[in-house]
Design a protein around this ligand. Structure first.
Ligand SMILES: C[S@@+](CC[C@H](N)C(=O)[O-])C[C@H]1O[C@@H](n2cnc3c(N)ncnc32)[C@H](O)[C@@H]1O
Length: 193
């Protein structure tokens, strides 16, 4: 074996290890987030939701379960918001960070974490595309922590616990699965009112 074949052999081994690690880590995160798998909001839907949200420059948009950050990145590009996205899925967060860097978006940050451990803080707008089960568990936290007057957008599933605060709903095209056809907008009042 000459030096060239050894180099090619070692290179191929590294490629194989890389591919294996990629699939192993993806499998690990898929199992961890099996109660709410990663499904990105479609492009057409994001356009419509962001328009309806009437975002203002400098507004703080928090996304719980942000996936690859497509909603936040688009909002930062088109509406100049400040954003923070949290997701349990490490690969999705890595992709979000890389794309934000490539798109030169300085006002959005992405972190790997559990949405139940994130303080809602002074977010003026919160975006969620989660499951009914997760929303049910998240509702008490939202009611306790949401900033008075904040807009909460839940794509796909309503939050019955916030029924009184429902501002409007918007519908999306028929090509989407049924759980992605309606987006619910809630204008949250002071939780103690
Ligand atoms: C349906 S995807 C939506 C992704 C993104 N919001 C979008 O609209 O394109 C739901 C995301 O929530 C994340 N997720 C589910 N449970 C979570 C938890 N407890 N903490 C953080 N992220 C969570 C999943 O990893 C997944 O990426």
């Amino acid at each position: 074996m000459n030096i060239l074949s050894v180099t090619i052999f070692v290179f191929l081994i590294f490629i194989l290890i890389g591919i294996f690690l990629f699939f192993a880590v993806n499998l690990y995160y898929s199992i961890r987030s099996r109660n709410c798998p990663y499904i990105g909001t479609s492009q057409e839907t994001i356009d419509k939701i962001l328009k309806e949200a009437e975002l203002k420059e400098g507004q703080y948009l928090l996304e719980l379960g942000c996936g690859d950050g497509r909603v936040l990145r688009q909002a930062a590009r088109e509406y100049k918001i400040k954003g923070r996205g949290i997701d349990i899925h490490g690969w999705a967060i890595l992709k979000a960070k890389i794309l934000a860097r490539l798109q030169n978006l300085k006002n959005v940050e992405f972190e790997r974490g559990n949405i139940f451990q994130v303080k809602l803080g002074e977010a003026g707008v919160i975006y969620l595309f989660l499951t009914r089960e997760i929303l049910e568990k998240l509702a008490p936290k939202i009611k306790n922590e949401i900033w008075p007057g904040a807009l909460l957008i839940s794509h796909g599933f309503e939050i019955p616990e916030l029924e009184k605060e429902l501002l409007k709903t918007i519908e999306h095209g028929g090509g989407l699965p049924s759980f992605q056809r309606i987006t619910y907008f809630y204008k949250c009042q002071n939780p103690n009112d």
